[in-house]
Design a protein around this ligand. Structure first.
Ligand code: FMN
Length: 310
């Protein structure tokens, strides 16, 4: 098939992606670990796991629970912190012609601001950071609720990040927990370049197997995987009715059909999460599947699929 005949390129505000498929933060490490299995030049964007100001060890075990049609995770944002991320990980991405969207997480507005300032400086120094995905599913310790449950706080946060990045071309994406429509609207009013829907759903699981001494027999964490796809689709569809910025759909995508459903519901691009744990090659299969689908249905431009639901 001649790829030139079939356009998979999508624009997420000012950012051009060669195709609409990328990993969901936290399910693809820093990208480096997976680069032996997945050619990072072939995916639409690189989205590493969320980074915080300070290095975090994450939560004690157990951290994963197998639910029906998905998993519950309680990783607790384990990561190496922004300084090490900039010095140890960002240079690695230089070898790829793929935009890097750095996911950030904080406990206060000030932490998101500091993280964005650091990444904006890195961008000015020529390091490969093209966008920031603000993970707003984190609890705001000052307000006792998640950022994404607080439209006013979301507005303030996105406005601040946009103001820091106004002299660079860094895109600001805002990622939300499900059903945060007032905050989604607020983020767009504040100038977000794109919104990412959805993060995991709060969930509880009790282990049936014998646990190791000292370990909890239950988990409170975030539910992901195929079982949340209808919720992801609902959120993308609803959001597409209320905002004009591009939407990145995520939640339960495991194959090309799932990806097409998200695009047709109004997503301009999609992220693959839990499915990466089963098969690192899944994103490449989806990209190939999208090309085949377009060929089969004589669709020259993937953008003609976006939001096309009768
Ligand atoms: C093990 C694990 C770790 C995750 N870590 C993050 C993270 O660091 N930051 C973030 O924004 N989302 C994180 N997520 C949420 C995913 O990015 C995604 O929004 C969610 O899993 C839904 O997609 P899926 O059903 O395809 O997995 C994580 C999910 C899993 C399963």
């Amino acid at each position: 098939m001649n790829n030139l005949e079939y356009n998979l390129e999508v624009n997420i505000a000012a950012l051009k992606l060669k195709n609409p498929v990328m990993p969901a933060s936290g399910t693809f490490g820093y990208g480096e670990e997976c680069s032996n299995f997945v050619d990072l030049n072939k995916i639409g964007a690189i989205v590493p796991k969320s980074i915080t100001l300070k290095e975090r060890e994450g939560n004690p075990q157990p951290r994963i629970y197998e639910a029906i049609g998905g998993i519950i995770n309680s990783i607790g944002l384990e990561n190496i912190g922004v300084d090490r991320f900039i010095s140890e990980k960002l240079p690695f991405y230089n070898q790829f012609a793929t935009p890097v969207i750095v996911s950030i997480a904080g406990e206060t507005l000030e932490e998101y601001i500091r993280l964005t300032e650091r990444l904006n400086e890195a961008n000015k120094e020529g390091l490969p950071v093209h966008g920031i995905e603000a993970n707003l599913s984190c609890p705001n310790v000052k307000k006792g609720k998640r950022f994404s449950e607080d439209p006013k706080g979301t507005y303030e946060l996105i406005k601040a990040l946009k103001s820091i990045t106004k002299t660079t071309d860094l895109s600001i994406w805002a990622k939300f927990s499900p059903y945060s429509f007032d905050s989604v609207k607020a983020a767009c009013d504040a100038g977000a370049d794109a919104v990412v829907l959805i993060n995991t759903l709060p969930a509880f699981g009790i282990y049936k197997r014998k646990i190791k001494p000292g370990e909890r027999e239950y988990i409170i964490g975030g539910l992901s995987g195929p079982c949340i796809k209808p919720i992801g689709l609902y959120n993308v569809r609803e959001a597409s009715e209320i905002v004009d910025v591009p939407i990145i759909g995520v939640g339960g995508i495991t194959n090309t059909d799932d990806a097409i459903e998200y695009l047709r519901c109004g997503a301009s691009a999609i992220q693959v999460g839990t499915a990466n744990f089963i098969n690192f090659g899944v994103m490449l299969s989806i990209i190939k599947g999208l090309k085949n689908y377009m060929k089969e249905h004589k669709i020259k431009d993937i953008n003609d699929l976006i939001g096309k639901l009768v």
